[in-house]
Design a protein around this ligand. Structure first.
Ligand code: FAD
Ligand code: NAD
Length: 396
């Protein structure tokens, strides 16, 4: 009998962790496993706010996928997924190639959620891949260079739309980078304006109020002006329209207003909520026992709150581990284990040496939280690539 074909789409935290767990658990020649990803590298999405601001080299945030795979167990294929046909059990790539599967794992991550706000797709940047953050960094540097000659304030006015964790972490890095840029381009630091525009009545809605206040105090001291309870209504080539129609002129709008599941899934006929598929306890798509979804494209309900768990790398990695093991069980006729999420804590960086976090019920601030953030970053390196990846990319 032919080996079962396992096709993994996406080499992010969810897809890659599934592949890594599978290759650790399965025997040689037990299955034909292929991982498909748009790029031949995996990037650490959780670090992207740093290269976006220019405080870390983008190369430090990625690793060749092949270096993490045992090619005798998992093959890597560089390709962009265009669509999934659940009935024919095939996946079509943008190149036109068609791949078939017995088991499918979808780990295609997320896309920016723009809520239909006019102009955001066209005029705002977002922090989503190595290429997108290179663009942000270069755009910021270019506008600093232009400011010296043109003196237009919008060249050095920055609008960050959304004060979730991505927005707040990016602000932490941006405010670290601005003084360096001011020095490099002879710009008076007081000419630079950084606005954080948030629709909800608070920054980091739903997070611990004391930690939120700490974050706002730190970032305000570093030059951020918060505009809370003020939604972005429109984005134009000249800036943003907020609240009741006020305009902030800016050549750099970075949209961090939330994410939705990868559109390939919706377009392939899966039922979704904000692009995410509500999976069952074995991470299966409803009605398809051989289709599994991990990471940002999966929606898992937290029974304690009856609300979806937020899409994080933490849950994606745990899902990948559970699924890698379960696929081996399924192939061997064993019993798969339901997925249960164990929240280990949440830590958000506020720039160099500063962070906030909640680990269990314990609140952590400042240097302790910043240290914990590095521990978390290093731990996920170890989970995905063992000591060799940790040694190459360790955060000190
Ligand atoms: P991803 O890691 O985004 O991977 C998706 C993969 O699919 C990518 O490799 C992509 O190239 C590939 N892909 C996409 N479309 C296609 C296609 N059509 N064809 C082929 N390949 C495709 N979470 C935390 O838990 N802790 C944090 O500290 C944290 N910090 C964050 C900081 C930032 C700046 C951001 C943006 C997010 C952060 N998150 C954090 C959230 C976390 O990064 C995501 O939840 C996580 O990356 C989701 O993993 P994933 O595997 O679903 O998707
Ligand atoms: P998010 O959904 O968590 O936050 C988006 C923010 O944008 C919200 O506060 C929302 O009120 C605001 N917003 C929405 N529409 C707006 C508008 N029109 N105008 C102004 N503000 C608007 O999204 P995110 O911050 O990108 O995070 C995505 C996921 O990644 C989350 O699950 C988050 O927990 C996770 N993440 C975690 C970390 C970490 O653990 N350190 C870091 C980054 C992201």
């Amino acid at each position: 009998m032919a080996n079962p074909k396992i096709l993994i789409l996406g080499g992010g935290y969810g897809g890659l962790m599934t592949a890594v767990k599978l290759q650790k658990t399965m025997n040689y020649n037990e299955a034909d496993v292929t991982l498909v990803n748009k790029h031949d590298y995996h990037y650490f999405t959780t670090w992207l706010h740093e290269p976006a601001a220019g405080t870390l080299d983008p190369d430090k945030c990625r690793v060749e996928i092949n270096s993490l795979l045992d090619s005798s167990k998992v093959k890597f294929l560089k390709g962009t997924v265009a669509s999934i046909n659940k009935d024919k059990q095939t996946v079509t790539l943008e190149s036109g190639d068609e791949l078939s599967y017995d088991y499918l794992v979808i780990g295609l991550g997320s896309e920016p959620e723009t809520f239909g706000i006019q102009g955001l797709k066209e005029h705002a940047f977002s922090i989503r891949s190595i290429n997108s953050v290179r663009e942000i960094r270069e755009h910021i540097e270019y506008n600093f260079a232009r400011y010296k000659n043109e003196r237009s304030p919008e060249l050095i006015t920055f609008v960050i739309g959304g004060a979730g964790f991505t927005g707040i972490e990016f602000l932490g890095e941006l405010t670290d980078r601005i003084p360096e840029l001011c020095e490099e381009f002879d710009v008076n630091p007081s000419d630079v304006k950084i606005y954080n525009v948030e629709a909800a009545p608070t920054v980091l809605p739903g997070f611990d109020p004391e930690l939120v206040q700490y974050a706002m105090d730190i970032l305000s001291k570093k030059g951020v002006e918060f505009r809370i309870a003020t939604p972005i209504k429109e984005c134009t080539p000249d800036g943003v329209i907020i609240g009741e129609g006020e305009e902030i002129k800016s050549k750099t709008v970075v949209w961090t207003g939330g994410v939705r599941g990868n559109s390939v899934i919706e377009k392939s006929g899966f039922e979704t909520m904000r692009g995410r598929v509500k999976v069952d306890e074995y991470l299966r798509a409803p009605g398809h026992d051989n289709v599994f979804i991990v990471g940002d494209s999966a929606l898992v309900i937290n029974a304690a709150t009856d609300r979806p768990y937020p899409p994080t790398a933490q849950i994606a990695i745990q899902q990948g581990e559970n699924l890698g093991q379960n696929l081996v069980e399924l192939m061997r006729g064993g019993t798969p284990k339901p997925f249960v999420f164990h929240l280990k804590g949440t830590v958000a960086s506020l720039g160099k040496g500063e962070a906030i976090g909640l680990v269990g019920n314990k609140k952590i601030f400042g240097g302790t939280a910043a240290f914990m953030k590095k521990v978390i970053d290093n731990r996920s390196l170890f989970m995905l690539g063992g000591l060799s990846l940790l040694t190459k990319k360790v955060k000190l």
